[in-house]
Write a protein of this length. Structure first.
Length: 453
């Protein structure tokens, strides 16, 4: 995968038929190979410059197979940083496959997953977080998700880490100079300088980590499970949130006997909404399995919507689930359905609920807001900086090393020992940017990209 001396070829558009197809070539022979696949048409009068050229594309036997445009990018002005070319044909899989085969016959090599982006990284066009953000941008399922990924592709994380890395580098340089030239007055540091740097660096790491949970949900999406006893209106609320009838709704209890899941956009976060079987005691083997799956879905959800029937007293099982919810860190939203009917007096239950009517739709906007609040937090929403678990793990490693350094300072350890922990913290941060990494790690990262990017 990492032979940078070859010329790569791959289809850059998604599989299947479409109005436009794109063949990408990158490497020293990109333009010569592209021109072997292309017969230019006569330029119209007045058209000059190095922009797209219209013409016909030919197969391995030199026979015309399609027409379209050739675009050439000189080295230093392409996505990969090296000489590149693109052929814009119609989006026929047969045409694109033949053009790939023709390019390979002319000396190109099929690109692996993410290999164009890997070359952009190696040629200094991108750093590692920006390269990973390109993948996230391609895979974005909501406009908000795409905006966050684009911000990171523009270098948001790298800019956020730069002052932190600079702080540690400066502290290390000054500390090592003071150790190396102990007799030189100008190299001496003020009392507590290292401790102050460690304290500030830890604070910045903790700030990044505190926002990661929101970032994780934005990047990976969330699971929202609707649960409750039979016939409380779970499926009706499920359909209301989706905006269409997906789950079967009937007055007969136990209509939903298995989990039903659909995707939706909740305030920009891609969510998997899961309707579950009613929580109840049963001897029916099919219903028992449905109840078991409902319990699993509730435990694995980022947010659980517990639907209660507001027209009847709370049952023993509902009371038990509500008590469990008090210790789940606020992941459960209690919904009192059937607000259009006569309300049962729950004044002694000491619970806070959202009043809704699945029949009329009253309260559903408030429920959506509550789910979004659980997923994205409160206050003014800022685009999360830390969204990737690999990055969070590296920041946690840096914070752990800094915590050990702080402990060493309190214990009176020498500066030499403290600086070793600072070096380790910096090394963890460099794993994010790619300044300290291994080919095995790069292989794992770029193997998750699509071919052609």
């Amino acid at each position: 995968m990492h032979d940078l001396g070859t010329t790569l070829v791959a289809v850059g558009t998604p599989p299947g038929r479409g109005g436009i197809g794109c063949l990408r070539l990158s490497g020293s022979e990109a333009e010569p190979i592209a021109r072997r696949l292309f017969l230019p048409a006569r330029q119209p009068a007045g058209v000059t410059g190095d922009g797209p050229r219209f013409g016909r594309f030919v197969d391995r036997a030199g026979r015309p197979i399609d027409h379209g445009f050739l675009v050439v990018f000189p080295a230093g002005r392409s996505y990969t940083g090296e000489a590149s070319a693109e052929l814009w044909s119609h989006g026929s899989p047969a045409v694109l496959a033949e053009l790939v085969a023709t390019a390979i016959a002319a000396g190109a090599r099929p690109a692996g997953p993410g290999e164009f982006t890997y070359r952009a990284l190696r040629n200094g066009r991108l750093d590692l977080p920006r390269a990973e953000a390109i993948r996230d941008l391609i895979e974005a399922r909501t406009a908000y998700q795409a905006r966050v990924a684009f911000s990171q592709a523009e270098g948001a994380l790298s800019r956020r880490l730069a002052p932190l890395r600079g702080l540690l580098e400066d502290c290390l340089a000054r500390g090592e100079a003071a150790i190396e030239f102990v007799d030189e007055g100008e190299t001496r540091q003020r009392e507590g300088a290292i401790a102050d740097a460690v304290r500030q660096a830890r604070s910045e790491c903790c700030e990044l980590l505190a926002a990661f949970e929101t970032g994780r949900v934005v990047r990976n999406g969330a699971v929202v499970t609707i649960t409750g006893q039979p016939n409380v209106g779970k499926s009706s609320i499920f359909n209301r949130l989706l905006g269409r009838d997906r789950s079967i709704v009937a007055e007969l209890p136990g209509t939903t006997r298995d989990t039903v899941a659909e995707d939706l956009d909740i305030a920009g976060i891609p969510a998997r909404l899961v309707d579950t079987a009613g929580l109840r005691e049963t001897t029916d083997p099919v219903e028992t399995e449905g109840v078991r799956r409902a319990q699993v879905a509730r435990r694995e959800a980022d947010v659980t919507v517990l639907v209660l029937d507001g027209s009847r007293p709370l049952g023993a099982l509902e009371t038990s689930v509500i008590e469990e919810a008090r210790t789940d860190g606020g992941r459960t939203i209690l919904v009192r359905n059937k607000s259009d009917l006569v309300r049962q007096d729950w004044s002694g239950s000491r619970i806070e609920t959202i009043e809704v009517s699945a029949w009329t739709g009253d309260g559903l906007p408030k429920l959506r807001e509550a789910i979004a609040h659980r997923l994205r937090g409160s206050g003014i929403l800022e685009d999360p900086i830390l969204t990737n678990a690999r990055h969070a793990e590296a920041v946690l490693g840096a914070e752990t090393a800094l915590a050990r350094a702080a402990g060493g300072i309190d214990e009176g350890f020498s500066d030499e020992v403290i600086l070793e922990d600072l070096k380790l913290a910096l090394q963890h941060l460099d794993e994010i940017t790619g300044d300290f990494t291994t080919e095995d790690l790069l292989d794992r990262i770029f193997s998750s990209f699509c071919i052609g990017k």
